[in-house]
Design a protein around this ligand. Structure first.
Ligand SMILES: [Zn+2]
Length: 304
């Protein structure tokens, strides 16, 4: 086999070039070895060229992928910066609301969490992403995202607290006996006085509103009727529990219009003015109790 190849390579070949003219053809005698060598050179060059082209294509594809990745990184960094701005604005709003509602600031929680603007860490990572154009550090980014998530959670908790506070204030407002229980003239105020019947000095823990019999008496706040019936010297009386520490008592009633256990709304007619019990004339004796103590009803009444 090897001999046959050597024999073949030692043989000479004649190459004839025939021009398309009247000129004679050119003949040349070349060794097979030279032809084989030239073919080898040609095949080698061709293979090398293909290899270079394919590398170039790969390189361009890598550049393209890198560009896409960089764009994605930039977009992510921009979104993160925008989210951070958003959290900052919401946090500012929380602080303003706390100010308006006279609520204590949550400084001890807010400051370590970095609410109130991008932290140095955030700014560094964003600057790095924009300047280098390298792929972002996924560990740093996920840490940054965790921080942002925590900040958002804390801000949400802040708003929950505000919401709870407003709900509490709303309940307090609904429970505060702030409207006039009946029209009429105040004939006796809250405080020390000489009793009109006994002529003895006593503490009058109510206001007396004089008016004709049958004038409607209204509940001064939302609540639940605790008592509705006869109560000795108070005559017919109604007691209402309003919650939040408030309760009210309406006395010397002519006609009771609600029963114990009934839920009532502020402004609802609950009785009619009368002069039952120890009374000098038709009037409403109106008491307000706060946390177990009688308080001056006038303090809570809005102007007529
Ligand atoms: Zn009275």
């Amino acid at each position: 086999m090897l001999r046959a190849i050597i024999r073949f390579l030692k043989k000479k070949m004649t190459v004839i070039i025939v021009p398309h003219s009247t000129r004679h053809p050119i003949r040349s005698s070349i060794s097979s070895l030279l032809i084989f060598f030239m073919f080898f050179i040609w095949a080698g060059s061709f293979g090398w060229a293909i290899w270079i082209i394919s590398k170039k294509i790969n390189y361009e594809e890598t550049i393209k992928t890198n560009t896409v990745l960089r764009k994605k990184s930039e977009f992510l960094a921009k979104s993160m910066a925008e989210s951070r701005d958003y959290i900052e604005k919401v946090s500012e709003m929380e602080t303003k609301l706390r100010g308006l509602l006279n609520l204590k600031s949550r400084k001890n929680i807010i400051e370590p969490a970095g609410i109130g603007g991008p932290s140095m860490h955030d700014e560094n990572i964003i600057a790095h992403l924009f300047e280098s154009g390298e792929n972002f550090n996924s560990e740093e980014t996920s840490m940054n995202l965790r921080e942002m998530k925590r900040d958002s959670w804390l801000t949400t908790q802040g708003f929950r607290e505000i919401e709870g506070y407003i709900e509490g204030e709303k309940s307090k407002l609904l429970a505060t006996p702030c409207i006039w229980p009946a029209p009429g003239t105040i004939t006796s105020r809250f405080g020390w006085r000489i009793h009109p019947l006994t002529r003895r000095k006593e503490f009058h823990k109510a206001i007396d509103i004089a008016n004709k019999k049958g004038i409607p008496i209204r509940a001064t706040a939302d609540g639940k009727v605790l008592f509705s019936g006869w109560q000795g010297s108070y005559g017919r009386a109604i007691m209402i529990d309003h919650g939040q520490g408030f309760s009210t008592r309406y006395c010397h009633i002519q006609t009771l219009l609600v029963k114990a256990g009934e839920r009532i709304k502020r402004g609802q007619t609950i009785a009619l003015i009368g002069s039952t019990g120890r009374s000098t004339g038709s009037h409403l004796h109106y008491e307000v109790w706060y946390r177990g103590k009688p308080v001056n009803p006038i303090k809570y009444l809005v102007k007529k």
